[in-house]
Ligand binder design. Structure first.
Ligand code: PEP
Length: 250
């Protein structure tokens, strides 16, 4: 049995006071949630406040991105050791918004994943096809390429420490959720890649989250698919009641 992970990606939302208010409301609502790992990725400026607020709770904190060098003259970047030192345990890598707007490539995702692992962080590596790629029948080949060039470049030991997030780009922030069956098909492709590149044991242990317009009213159907091991939630993770409802749905 793979343990479920529910992760929230706040993107570029919430200042310090909003971060503290979120945790005050959210933590009591999820205090009894023993069936899943809970992760929240605030913006960099709110990481320390989030770590302080979540101290002693069942909620772990994540970065939303990381640079691949450990330190140096890289103005504006944040390193994996910095995230770990600030109290993060996870980091999202290769989110489609980074790929779309900030030049993220499969190559940079691979480098970032290795550095994050070296710093003891758990990378949440995002993959997913665009609408044009889906409509032209390229979903499988896109996922295979994204898998092989980043997660597939890790050693077996490194690979066993990452999470994958299948996030079809056409479903992110659009209100269009993939049907549970469509998501499960994509997860199967990724799990098959893991079996071929690593081993059957690696594939069956791999936790793959689905992301794309997950809401309290569709989480149950998605999680009913055995292939889906959790969710990466954007918009609906900003509201403590909504995100708690997603976490608490079994
Ligand atoms: C995301 O940011 O990873 C995401 C899936 O966003 P949303 O839930 O808003 O579609």
């Amino acid at each position: 049995m793979r343990r479920r992970v529910i992760a929230g990606n706040w993107k570029m939302f919430k200042v310090l006071s909003e971060t503290r208010a979120f945790f005050s409301a959210f933590l009591p609502m999820v205090a009894n949630a023993k069936h899943c790992d809970i992760v929240i990725a605030p913006p960099f400026t709110a990481i320390s406040a989030a770590v302080q607020s979540a101290k002693g709770s069942n909620v772990a904190i994540s970065g939303q991105d990381v640079f691949w060098e450990e330190e140096g003259a890289f103005t504006g970047e944040i390193s994996a050791p910095m995230l770990a030192d600030a109290g993060c345990r996870f980091v999202i890598i290769g989110h489609s918004e980074r790929r779309q707007f900030f030049g993220e490539t499969d190559e940079s995702v691979a480098k970032k994943t290795k550095t994050a692992l070296a710093a003891g962080l758990t990378p949440v590596v995002c993959v997913g096809e665009t609408l044009a790629q889906r409509e032209t029948g390229q979903t499988k080949s896109v996922l295979q390429k994204q898998f092989l060039s980043a997660p597939g470049s890790l050693t077996p030991e490194e690979f066993s420490r990452i999470l994958l997030a299948y996030e079809p780009v056409w479903a992110i922030g659009t209100g269009k959720t993939a049907t549970p069956e469509t998501a499960a098909d994509a997860h199967r492709v990724l799990r098959q890649c893991a079996a071929q590149r690593f081993s059957a044991a690696h594939a069956s242990a791999l936790r793959i989250l689905y992301g794309g317009s997950v809401k309290p009213d569709n989480i149950k159907g998605l999680m009913a698919q055995e292939e889906l091991d959790g969710a990466l939630v954007g918009g609906a993770s900003l509201d403590p009641k909504w995100f708690a409802a997603i976490v608490n749905t079994k």
